[in-house]
Design a binder for this molecule. Structure first.
Ligand code: C5J
Length: 226
């Protein structure tokens, strides 16, 4: 489908070739969204991330219905933790009880590939054929084949959803922007444990003429596809 559609985004109206467009859903994992995982072990109220789930579900259904490429990511590490940088584990400013990556928790070993907590929440579970990018970092391009997959599919525009807004979503948008992709953040499909960081992270994208991309919401995306 090479329909060109126009979508109102902030701070400009975006003209998009649907054949060159993908949706990326970042780190909607049990470890971040449910009690007993990584997010909770850092002392966060994980219920704050639930707001993003229904809009993500609507976007996912609309994307699938229009045959857009959907890419999912998961943050986590190899079983033997050989791709876990010591600094990421230690975070010298953090209390020792929060140095939990690789430790056993109620959802299995925290942020470890193959463990229950590492997987994507059932509501947004990937379908056969949708690429899943396992990433050791906050950005989705670092140490992954995401750029290779997007280039092979001729993707130019990315609608970005996921958690957390100011960490993995922002890092990914910045990485993508430097690689020449137009990123459109779907604001209500993203969430943070610190809502004011979410708000400021959104403003950072729209500032300066759209310095890293542009922003809209799930309803505008769904309407644009009709
Ligand atoms: C964090 C993420 N916040 N997916 N990861 O550590 O944003």
């Amino acid at each position: 489908d090479h329909r060109i559609i126009t979508i109102p985004t902030t701070p400009f109206e975006a003209s998009i070739d649907l054949g060159k467009t993908a949706v990326i859903i970042i780190d909607m994992q049990i470890d971040f969204l449910e009690p007993g995982g990584f997010g909770a072990s850092l002392g966060n109220d994980v219920s704050l991330l639930q707001r993003a789930v229904p809009p993500c579900k609507r976007v996912l259904e609309a994307a699938r219905g229009n045959n857009l490429l959907v890419v999912h990511t998961r943050e986590g590490h190899r079983k033997e933790l050989s791709n876990l940088h010591p600094f990421k584990l230690q975070r010298p400013g953090a209390p020792a009880c929060t140095r939990v990556i690789g430790k056993e928790g109620p959802k299995g070993r925290i942020l470890v590939q193959g463990e229950p907590g590492h997987d994507i929440i059932p509501e947004l579970y990937p379908r056969e054929g949708e690429p899943i990018i396992d990433k050791p970092g906050k950005g989705s391009f670092y140490a992954t084949d995401l750029d290779c997959i997007l280039k092979a599919k001729g993707i130019e525009t990315l609608f970005v959803c996921g958690v957390t807004t100011e960490v993995c979503v922002h890092t990914t948008i910045r990485e993508a922007n430097d690689r020449g992709y137009h990123c459109i953040m779907l604001e209500d499909c993203c969430a943070s444990y610190t809502p004011e960081f979410h708000d400021v992270a959104v403003r950072m994208i729209t500032a300066q003429g759209g310095i890293f991309g542009s922003v809209t919401d799930s309803q505008t995306f769904v309407n644009g596809l009709q």
